[in-house]
Design a protein. Structure first.
Lengths: 346, 334
């Protein structure tokens, strides 16, 4: 009975992705009629070059970024929540986002005060080096986390370690900010607000290809994640190599978060809220359902948030993180309250 | 059919940390048989869980050997062990949005493909176990809505669909109400007979274990292990020695334990049958020993089942209709 609802739900979510995608291309300060958007996308007809430019140089890359970033962060959040058996775990909780932030802070702030180069004004190479710094920062934290994961047994300890590493990173960033000039601090703060429009030009295709390759790879962990739901001992008794499964899950979640953060800055709440939303919509804990569901709902929700952020009148004014928080936080609250109600009904 | 499935030789169990080795018990020598229900008894902290964890390969042994079906435990791979030993643990896993059926089906994981898809015969096995445990009504329910007893049956079903010849259970009757305890123990006993499993469990429910278990493993205060049928252990005095402490008496006649009542007074009670036993029990609880041959001035005649109870002393007599009334009046006659 329940099984039969799944295809319908997936079709609905799929349709919402298409609709939000097209709306993202259509709506903005300059309204482009849907028919023209369609023509531009398929390269037919003679649409105004200005419109073509807006679509191909600005809106299409931004929309594509939102789509993949949403999917990647949601998968990462789902993996973390299952691994740590903690509903409040998310991509930020292991300190990965903080690691990326630290990398970016180091390069933006140090290049200014030590090297005398304003990276924020260095154009393409500036952007590229920021992305690389973010990935290096995230990977460094990930490396530390994996080292710790091999030493400690409990996942709670690991989670607390992640949070602590996050604090340390934030503290170092605070010190760096203090010694930097205002312009660099501003550049860093803007990066920290997160944005789907930072990825420019061909970089977006690199991002899209990376994510298209990595997201399906993370699906290979479905069976392991299902077993982890039972707790470590039961999982081990059912033949799961718990150490390897834990490492692979951390690796997968970290890489997804690191890449998204490198391209978009730290995007909050999507990774936390989407898995909860999926469990509620699909009434399931089965990762064979939740993984594809989180990918799709994550993409859809990110597109929706992006749409809100660039509604006419808001353009450029609303940082994406405000929108994701405004939409994500109520979702988490709703799900947790709902869960409490279920527990009371026991 | 009884077959030796687990052979333990000179086993030491405990924990190894960087600095030290903490030995919980050593020189354990024992066999566990299929088609039998074996209960592990012992006080808290004596090492019951450590032994179970070692037998299920969750933690390494410190010395000695454990042979499962003739092969050393450490030579099995994780995948092989999953098909050999299944466990039911004390930890209460809180899983939301999962039906009992889905939880049970995870027990098929060692046999399913890369994605964990259930094949036709996996489903057949799950259905067979569900009807064996008689939980058809629980299968579609969400796990978090089950009672502790129901949840335990689901976890036992999970262990059974794993199709391992050996099932280890860590205190499967803890947190259950009394009827559920009995039900679970009887279920496990039935399983050991019907599907010829080797069932080994730790428990604190002495009474039940002594009545239902085929074999008892008892770890005493000096971490010595005594093994035998409950009856043999009773006759050899191991049981009474072990529980020889204030407040518990091992009743040789029933082979069970009862609470020791101290008494400071005696009374002669005549009568027989159930009513006599009940009157005696009630008096004992009130620190009065009742016996047929006590030479006391006061006496009680319990009469037969429907007649009143007579209390008397020095020619004074009174009749009461319930034991409660008897207890209210007894002080006047002592």
């Amino acid at each position: 009975m329940k099984q039969r609802r799944y295809p319908l739900l997936f079709i609905t979510i799929g349709a919402s992705i298409v609709v939000f995608f097209l709306m993202n291309l259509t709506i903005g300060t300059i309204a482009i009629p849907p028919s023209s958007v369609w023509n531009i996308l398929w390269g037919i007809g003679d649409e105004a070059p200005v419109w073509q430019n807006i679509i191909w140089k600005s809106r299409f890359p931004q929309t594509l970024t939102a789509l993949f970033a949403g999917a990647g962060l949601s998968i990462s959040g789902l993996q973390m929540q299952t691994l740590f058996r903690n509903p409040l775990a998310g991509p930020a909780e292991l300190g990965i986002s903080s690691g990326a932030s630290l990398g970016v802070a180091l390069i933006i702030l140090l290049s200014g005060s030590v090297g005398g180069v304003a990276l924020s004004k260095a154009g393409f190479y500036g952007e590229l080096s920021i992305s690389i710094a973010a990935i290096i920062g995230a990977m460094a934290v990930m490396f530390v986390i994996i080292l710790i994961a091999q030493r400690v047994k409990g996942n709670v300890v690991l989670l607390i370690m992640g949070v602590m590493i996050g604090y340390i990173a934030t503290a170092i960033i605070g010190v760096l900010k203090f010694f930097s000039n205002d312009e660099d601090v501003r550049a860093y703060v803007i990066w920290g607000l997160g944005s789907f429009s930072k990825v420019s030009g061909d970089q977006v295709y690199t991002f899209a290809i990376l994510m298209t390759a990595l997201i399906p790879l993370s699906f290979f962990l479905m069976k392991s994640l299902n077993l982890m739901l039972l707790g470590e001992n039961y999982a081990r008794n059912l033949g799961l190599n718990i150490r390897r499964a834990r490492l692979l899950t951390i690796l997968s979640a970290c890489i997804l978060t690191a890449i998204v953060t490198a391209y978009c800055g730290p995007i909050i709440f999507l990774g936390l809220a989407v898995p909860h939303l999926c469990r509620t919509i699909f009434q399931s804990s089965d990762h064979r359902v939740l993984m594809p569901a989180s990918t799709m709902v994550g993409a859809s929700l990110a597109l929706f948030c992006n749409l809100i952020a660039r509604m006419p009148g808001f353009e450029g004014a609303l940082p994406i993180n405000s929108v994701t928080a405004l939409i994500g936080a109520p979702i988490v609250i709703f799900v947790l309250l709902n869960k409490r109600k279920n527990e009371l009904n026991e | 059919m009884k077959k030796k499935t687990i052979t333990v030789e000179d086993l030491s169990i405990g924990y190894i940390t960087k600095r030290s080795r903490k030995i919980v018990a050593e020189h354990i020598q024992a066999d566990i048989f299929s088609g039998e229900l074996t209960c592990l008894l012992g006080s808290n902290g004596i090492g019951k869980s450590t032994l179970l964890r070692t037998l299920s390969a969750f933690q390494p042994k410190l010395a000695g050997s454990i042979h499962l079906l003739g092969k050393e435990i450490s030579e099995y791979s994780e995948k092989e062990l999953a098909r050999l030993v299944s466990v039911v643990l004390t930890e209460k896993t809180s899983i939301l949005n999962m039906t009992a059926y889905e939880l049970i089906s995870l027990g098929r994981s060692p046999y399913t493909d890369f994605w964990g898809t259930l094949a036709e015969d996996d489903r057949a096995i799950i259905d067979r176990i569900i009807s064996l445990i008689k939980i058809e009504n629980l299968a579609p329910r969400m796990v978090n809505t089950l009672s502790d007893g129901e949840r335990q049956k689901v976890m036992i079903s999970k262990a059974l669909v794993q199709e391992a010849p050996i099932i280890l259970l860590d205190e499967p009757t803890a947190f259950l109400d009394f009827p559920s305890k009995v039900e679970i123990m009887q279920l496990l006993h039935r399983l050991s007979r019907e599907v010829n499993k080797t069932i080994f469990l730790s428990t604190h429910d002495l009474e039940l274990a002594l009545q239902i278990a085929d074999k008892i493993w008892l770890i005493d205060k000096d971490t010595r292990l005594h093994i035998g049928t409950p009856e043999d252990l009773a006759l050899s005095g191991v049981l009474s020695n072990f529980f020889a402490q204030k407040g518990i008496i091992f009743d040789m006649e029933t082979g069970l334990f009862r609470v020791a009542n101290r008494f400071n007074r005696e009374i002669r009670v005549t009568g027989h049958g159930r009513k006599y036993a009940m009157v005696r029990k009630a008096l004992l609880r009130n620190e009065i020993l009742a016996s047929r041959n006590a030479e006391t001035p006061s006496y009680i005649d319990v009469g037969d089942l429907h007649s009143p109870i007579l209390i008397g002393q020095n020619g004074q007599e009174t009749r009461v209709s319930t034991i409660e009334e008897l207890l209210d009046r007894i002080e006047d006659f002592l």
